[in-house]
Design a protein. Structure first.
Length: 319
């Protein structure tokens, strides 16, 4: 007997290997996948200017990489200076500090885009808020009367991402996902319509560009793991087991054979670096660190610069 409908995740044409560099942009699901790739020592940069929920804000962020933020773009509520294209984490008590944070983020995004040959875009919602005719990435808790709310059309989404694919993202392999996180603030009916628009736009984009592919994270959670035990306490976000399951399906479909072979050892070395010894000056810990450096030396591909520095520093302290 079968008690669930498993989603078939066919191998993607594009594959992620340790030699690739990836830029992940979009909703918090992009951050989840990027975090797992990073923990496994892949070269990945995620959301330099903060989490982005709608496709037009993703497109605006990419177009802004490398372009300095100027004082006239900032706003203040009397306590903090902020930008409608950035997450609240980049706000600051003074305009100079806000500009410093935001321009550092855009520079990081520009560098990540320059070196990336893989891009992951995760769409969270098709509902947007416009201020003075422009879509904002973050409302920064401003009064609702300042904004007009509307839903993006399939064509708007597909055209905006097509412009990226032919412009700033030209020549790069692009993986699209739709976030499985339900936006209950839109109402369940509104969320369903939003996700449908995002999914149709993703399908349209895969038809327009051979180098754009889709990974069914949304379908895995909503159709394969269709049980509330796979959701967090808020009944909206995926539970850790669900994130782990989606990660496993992602590695099967998206990683190169070599990357899958190296993955368990890379994760083990990363976990060893996160271990905190009871006695950092003990002979046992010194031997442990030396053993990890030997493991790293035998593993070619993953980026273990931070771990190598950590283990060497531990040995020096121990000497």
């Amino acid at each position: 007997m079968k008690f669930r409908t498993e989603i078939e995740t066919a191998p993607l044409r594009m594959r992620f290997g340790y030699e690739n560099r990836t830029l992940a942009l979009g909703s918090c699901f992009a951050a989840h996948i990027a975090a797992r790739l990073s923990r496994a020592k892949f070269r990945v940069e995620a959301n330099p200017t903060g989490i982005l929920f709608n496709p037009l804000s993703v497109a605006a962020a990419v177009r802004g990489f490398g372009r300095p933020v100027v004082r006239d773009e900032l706003h203040t509520d009397g306590q903090r200076w902020f930008h409608f294209g950035f997450h609240g984490d980049f706000s600051a008590p003074t305009p100079d500090e806000a500009l410093r944070r935001m321009n550092a983020a855009r520079q990081a995004g520009s560098e990540a885009l320059r070196t990336a040959d893989r891009v992951i875009l995760t769409f969270g919602t098709a509902w947007v808020y416009e201020r003075q005719g422009k879509v904002v990435a973050n409302c920064h808790r401003r009064p609702a009367a300042e904004f007009a709310r509307r839903r993006l059309s399939v064509d708007e989404i597909a055209d905006a991402i097509s412009e990226l694919a032919e412009g700033p993202l030209a020549g790069r392999s692009i993986l699209l996902t739709v976030s499985p996180v339900r936006h209950t603030g839109d109402g369940l009916a509104g969320n369903a319509v939003s996700k449908a628009a995002l999914r149709l736009a993703a399908e349209e984009l895969t038809q327009r560009f051979r180098r754009i592919e889709y990974f069914p994270a949304y379908e895995i959670l909503t159709d394969d793991l269709r049980d509330y035990r796979f959701y967090a306490d808020d009944l909206v976000h995926p539970a850790p087991q669900a994130v782990e399951y989606i990660w496993e399906r992602f590695t099967e479909a998206a990683l190169t054979d070599e990357a899958r072979r190296l993955l368990p050892e890379a994760e083990a070395i990363a976990a060893a670096a996160a271990h905190r010894p009871r006695d950092p000056r003990s002979a046992a810990h010194r031997a442990f660190c030396l053993a990890q450096l030997e493991r790293i030396a035998a593993l070619h591909g993953p980026d273990f610069r931070a771990e190598t520095e950590y283990f060497r520093r531990c040995i020096e302290i121990n000497s």
